[in-house]
Design a binder for this molecule. Structure first.
Ligand SMILES: Nc1ncnc2c1ncn2[C@@H]1O[C@H](COP(=O)(O)OP(=O)(O)OP(=O)(O)O)[C@@H](O)[C@H]1O
Ligand SMILES: O=P(O)(O)OC[C@H]1O[C@H](OP(=O)(O)OP(=O)(O)O)[C@H](O)[C@@H]1O
Ligand SMILES: O=C(O)c1cccnc1
Length: 487
């Protein structure tokens, strides 16, 4: 049976190993050592050329409310954690600094999306929840943007709640989909909470109740002004559409006949015939809605076939990120205080792409002054400022022969301060502003990075200083390992 607590919180929404490590840090007296962690993902989701950052709103809310409640502490006591450690946790408040991309920003692999700096314990406790939120919401916003990229000016409705991985995913996934380019959602609670426009037609059950299209549509039309009739329950062309037309004609101005929805069958063929039927009946403005396991591939294909669909309802394949269920963002320590000084740290791997980049960094978006188009992202150590340079040498961090020198550029820092030593200092834009911001970001990205199949790799380059620093640390670690002796 589920236990409900009046003071339930997300603070224990973390992995047990975080609490265990914090206990170690606390008992060893190192929990307040200054640390820097960064969040990044290694591979572009859906092999897309860009990703759309989302999740910050929920992270802000989580951090603001981060404290161990009475029942959290009691639960941890039952698990055997010692009283003095629990006293420390009872007084815990997040005291760190968080820097992050803004929601709606385009983001790319191998660049820090968020940076968490502060007492080691504070940085550690938030890892799991931050990754949980950012991984999912960024994935869904990106999938939504991919779908948006193929529909042009058609409308996109989010229909995923019933198929989502549970309640929170449906709710926050809807918000992410809206940021990525969807126009409305069927989820009423998402409408209430976030102000996303809600939209809906009706289900087959309405028609099944009446056992005929005409009576069902008539019943709906006499109880609603805006009407979209679902026409495929029995026979789209022979019954659904003719009955929708009949009801629309009978009701005249009493209803706003928005269109009909097709949910099965060959949607290219059907939509063309349905369009003819609606036009011939004098309803050229009634739109054809379609749903049924749609995603960017089926939509693109249907458009290629000349389908006459103008409103697309997308559920399962969007909300579950069907073709790539995880973004894979990770949270790595890049710097730690030792003997009063910050020491940059690395995680090595035989796979070059898995080697982390040490040091606290800033991401700079480099654009051409002439037309505002992006040249790439430039990941530099915190102490550097490319705005002071006349030219920038940008090179691929693994294939250094891929390089260019950029002049007449603008450099915009992308990690903005959200929390400063525990205090919220960021004004989160409104959801519609975030959506618009994402759209503008995509408009200024080259088409080569936007195509949905085999896009060009967007350059995410390290500054020379950052690169040299990484190489030096790799050498230091290698030397340390080679000199180890066990007897
Ligand atoms: N003309 C088309 N070209 C490409 N894909 C299509 C076309 N028409 C429909 N689809 C897609 O094909 C998939 C399966 O359609 P299918 O006709 O098998 O299912 P269905 O019509 O729902 O079947 P059922 O009638 O049993 O419900 C769906 O994802 C649908 O979006
Ligand atoms: O296919 P998706 O992209 O996931 O979109 C959501 C689906 O949910 C509904 O079907 P469902 O069979 O659940 O209910 P219905 O009786 O209203 O058709 C709707 O008709 C869509 O087909
Ligand atoms: O409004 C609709 O047509 C709808 C809503 C949720 C799922 N499928 C369809």
């Amino acid at each position: 049976m589920v236990k409900n607590y009046a003071d339930d919180s997300l603070t224990l929404h973390t992995d047990a190993y975080q609490i265990n490590m914090i206990q170690t840090y606390w008992e060893k007296g190192i929990h307040n050592k200054n640390a820097v962690f960064e969040v990044f993902f290694r591979k572009m989701p859906f092999d897309n050329g860009y990703a759309v950052f989302a999740g910050l709103e929920r992270v802000i809310d989580y951090i603001k409310n981060l404290k161990f409640t009475k029942s959290d502490i009691e639960y941890l006591r039952e698990q055997g954690y010692p009283d003095d450690f629990l006293d420390y946790l009872s007084d815990f408040r997040f005291k760190g600094t968080i820097r992050s991309f803004a929601e709606g920003d385009l983001v790319f692999n191998n660049e820090p999306l968020m940076q968490i700096e502060g007492p080691l314990a504070d940085c550690q406790i938030v890892e799991t929840a931050i990754l949980n939120v950012i991984n999912y919401q960024t994935l869904i916003a990106t999938k939504a943007a991919r779908i948006k990229s193929v529909v042009g000016s058609d409308k996109l409705l989010e229909f995923g709640t019933r198929r989502a991985q549970e309640v929170d995913a449906a709710l926050w996934g809807t918000r992410a989909a809206y940021i990525g380019g969807f126009d409305a959602t069927s989820n009423v609670r998402a409408g209430k909470k976030f102000g996303i426009p809600i939209s809906g037609t009706h289900a087959h059950s309405l028609v099944q109740y009446y056992m005929n299209d005409y009576e069902a549509f008539k019943a709906y039309a006499t109880t609603h002004h805006d009407c979209v009739f679902l026409v495929d329950t029995f026979d789209t062309l022979k019954s659904g559409v003719p009955n929708a037309i009949k009801v629309a004609k009978e009701m005249g101005n009493k209803i706003n006949f928005l269109g009909v929805r097709i949910d099965s069958g060959d949607m290219a063929y059907l939509s063309k015939r349905v369009r003819e039927q609606l036009d011939e009946a004098g309803f050229p403005n009634a739109k054809i809605y379609a749903s049924n396991d749609l995603d960017e591939k089926t939509i693109q294909n249907l458009k290629m076939q000349g389908a006459k669909i103008e409103v697309w309802g997308v559920g399962t394949k969007l909300i579950t990120a069907y073709d790539q269920p995880a973004l894979g963002a990770v949270y790595k320590m890049v710097s730690i205080e030792r003997d009063g000084k910050m020491v940059d740290t690395i995680k090595l791997s035989n796979n070059a792409e898995k080697v982390s980049t040490p040091g606290k960094k800033q991401v700079w978006r480099i654009t051409r002054k002439s037309d505002g188009k992006s040249e790439g992202d430039y990941v530099a150590l915190w102490s550097e400022d490319p705005r002071e340079e006349d030219s920038l040498y940008m090179f691929h961090p693994n294939y250094t022969y891929i390089n260019k020198t950029v002049t007449d550029f603008e450099a915009r820092p992308l990690l903005k301060t959200i929390f400063e030593k525990g205090k919220l200092v960021y004004n989160q834009p409104k959801l519609d502003e975030i959506k618009e911001y994402a759209k503008n970001g995509l408009d200024s990205l080259w088409d080569e990075y936007k195509r949905d199949l085999n896009p060009q790799d967007y350059p995410v380059d390290l500054s020379q200083e950052c690169y040299d620093h990484k190489m030096q640390i790799i050498q230091n670690v290698r030397k340390y390992v080679s000199e180890l002796k066990f007897n």
